[in-house]
Design a protein around this ligand. Structure first.
Ligand code: NCD
Length: 336
């Protein structure tokens, strides 16, 4: 069976465990002394030398595309890329996504796909002969971003299962929020659970979609909705997850300043809290915040490389120990 990565709903605690162990090992190795460690970024540094990754991006990207491509390169694999598939692939000549995937899956061993339509990755996986990794589908999901977000959280708060996680910004269209919020819900009650309380902070027109909120509530997590950040909410958060307004996905201009983490609000952060942002940022996260010890978003972006190396190893069955069969967290929960 092909190992697609389309939605966080397929992730199991043992999958997360394997990915995070591998990512941590790569990160440790890279931080190790000596040129050899720095060049060989992973204990698996040449494991994918016979594989070709195709990155097919119909939407703009800096971090996701290049961290995937660097990950593949660091594992000895090869990369074929199109960073503007909307314009420079046959999509412009009217080719369907399905046809493009049928063709590309004859050339590469894995396809990393970013597309503006929600559900595009699932459509691609349905027709592909090789694994498809969802690198963001419209306002749907961004599962590997959620992995690196959670890795960054677990690095800072190892073993904590009661974190107060506050999502701020465009929660309606922000796919990274959807994936991480789903993960919080799915993992609740398992050894991999991390959240105790989830706050959704957004102007009304950008609040979290009901299906996502519903799932988080059903999981038993405590949930609160707010229309703005306040010093007390900042003080009562362990993780503040900022996001920009997804202006390309709104018909009307949706103001992004109304929920900024200003310096004065940030002064309410407790010492151990962390501020995350999937980036790119706009005015919601002023550069003045960068010098605070709680600012972890550049480290978060860097972790993307180690986590995506682990995801690629998993896709090709190179990650030990073997992960549970797809069937989801719910199935494993019985054994938790
Ligand atoms: C995010 C995305 O593409 O959804 N970026 C990323 O991958 N780090 C967030 C965004 O574009 O706002």
């Amino acid at each position: 069976m092909l190992r697609h990565v389309v939605t966080v709903r397929d992730f199991t605690p043992s999958f997360l465990d394997s990915v995070f162990r591998s990512a941590a090992a790569s990160k440790r190795q890279h931080a190790g002394r000596g040129r050899r460690a720095r060049v060989r970024w992973s204990p698996h540094w040449n494991a994918l030398r016979d594989h070709v990754m195709i990155s097919l991006f119909y939407e703009a990207s800096t971090r996701t595309r290049h961290s995937f491509e660097a990950a593949m390169a660091r594992l000895g694999g090869k990369v074929i890329t199109t960073e503007n598939a909307a314009e420079f692939s046959s999509a412009i000549k009217g080719e369907t996504l399905e046809d493009s995937i049928r063709i590309e899956s004859g050339y590469g061993d894995v396809i990393v796909l970013r597309h503006k339509e929600t559900g595009a990755a699932a459509r691609a996986a349905a027709v592909s002969d090789v694994p498809v990794i969802n690198a963001g589908d419209g306002d749907g999901e961004h599962p590997t971003q959620a992995l690196l977000d959670l890795f960054t959280i677990a690095e800072r708060f190892p073993g904590r299962r009661d974190l107060r996680v506050t999502f701020v910004g465009d929660l309606l269209k922000g796919r990274t929020v959807h994936s991480l919020a789903y993960l919080a819900a799915m993992l609740e009650g398992t050894p991999a659970g991390f959240a105790g309380k989830v706050n959704f902070v957004a102007p009304e027109i950008m609040q979290i979609p009901q299906p996502v909120e519903g799932l988080v509530r059903e999981s038993g997590l405590s949930v609160a909705l707010h229309d703005g950040l306040s010093p007390s909410l900042v003080a009562d958060s362990d993780v503040i997850y900022m996001t920009r307004t997804q202006s390309e996905r709104h018909d009307v201009a949706a103001g992004g300043d109304s929920y900024a983490l200003t310096e004065s609000l940030a002064s309410a952060l407790h010492d151990d809290a962390i501020v995350l942002h999937p980036l790119p940022r706009n005015r919601e996260l002023p550069e003045a915040i960068d010098r605070l010890p709680q600012a972890r978003y550049f480290e978060q972006a860097r972790n993307g490389l180690f986590v995506r190396m682990a995801v690629l190893l998993w896709v090709f069955g190179e990650l030990a120990p073997p992960t549970a069969a797809p069937g989801g967290v719910r199935e494993e929960r019985a054994y938790a």
